[in-house]
Design a binder for this molecule. Structure first.
Ligand code: SF4
Length: 143
C-alpha cells in the first residue's frame, strides 16, 4: 500500500479519517473511535478489532462487512434511541441515549477515557478505573 511504503521510506505519521472500519483495519496501526466529537476509545489495531471496550465501537464493528466469523453480531448490537444534538450535548456520557447498557450514572457523569491495559483506553463506566477503588457501579447492568 502506498501510505505504508511512504511511511517506511520517510518515517512519517499520518492520520486517516473514515467511517469505513474495513478500510481502517487495513491501514491504521492505532485507532481512535469518535462519537459526537468525543474520543470514546483508543487502541492498537488488533486490540480494537478483537477486544473493543466501548459499546459504540462494538456496534460499529457489528455493522462492518466481513467474511470472517463475527465476534459482534448486528442483532446483538442494535442501537435504539436518537443521538443528542452535537451542539447541545446533555450531561453525562454522550452515548447514553443509545447505549443498551446505560444506567443512571451514565446520564449525569462523563466517564472520561479509562485505561484498559494493552495501550487501550475507553470512555465507559463499565471499565473500572484502577485509580478509583470505589469505582464499581452501584447497579450491575448486563453486558
Ligand atoms: S458510560 Fe454508560 S452509557 Fe456510556 S457507553 Fe458506558 S455504559 Fe454506555
Amino acid at each position: 500500500m502506498t501510505c505504508e511504503r511512504l511511511q517506511a521510506q520517510h518515517g512519517f505519521t499520518y492520520i486517516f479519517i473514515s467511517h469505513d472500519m474495513t478500510m481502517v483495519r487495513q491501514v491504521c496501526s492505532r485507532i481512535a473511535v469518535m462519537y459526537l466529537g468525543e474520543t470514546v476509545e483508543v487502541a492498537p489495531n488488533e486490540r480494537l478489532f478483537f477486544d473493543p471496550g466501548h459499546p459504540y465501537t462494538k456496534a460499529l464493528l457489528s455493522a462492518a462487512p466481513t467474511l470472517e466469523p463475527r465476534r459482534y453480531r448486528p442483532e446483538d448490537c442494535l442501537l435504539d434511541g436518537e443521538p443528542p444534538s452535537p451542539i447541545d450535548l446533555p450531561p453525562g456520557c454522550a452515548f447514553a441515549s443509545r447505549c443498551p447498557h446505560a444506567f443512571d450514572r451514565c446520564r449525569v457523569e462523563n466517564p472520561g477515557l479509562r485505561i484498559r491495559g494493552g495501550q487501550a483506553l475507553a470512555s465507559c463506566f463499565l471499565i473500572p478505573d484502577p485509580s478509583l477503588t470505589s469505582e464499581l457501579p452501584m447497579e450491575t447492568p448486563d453486558v
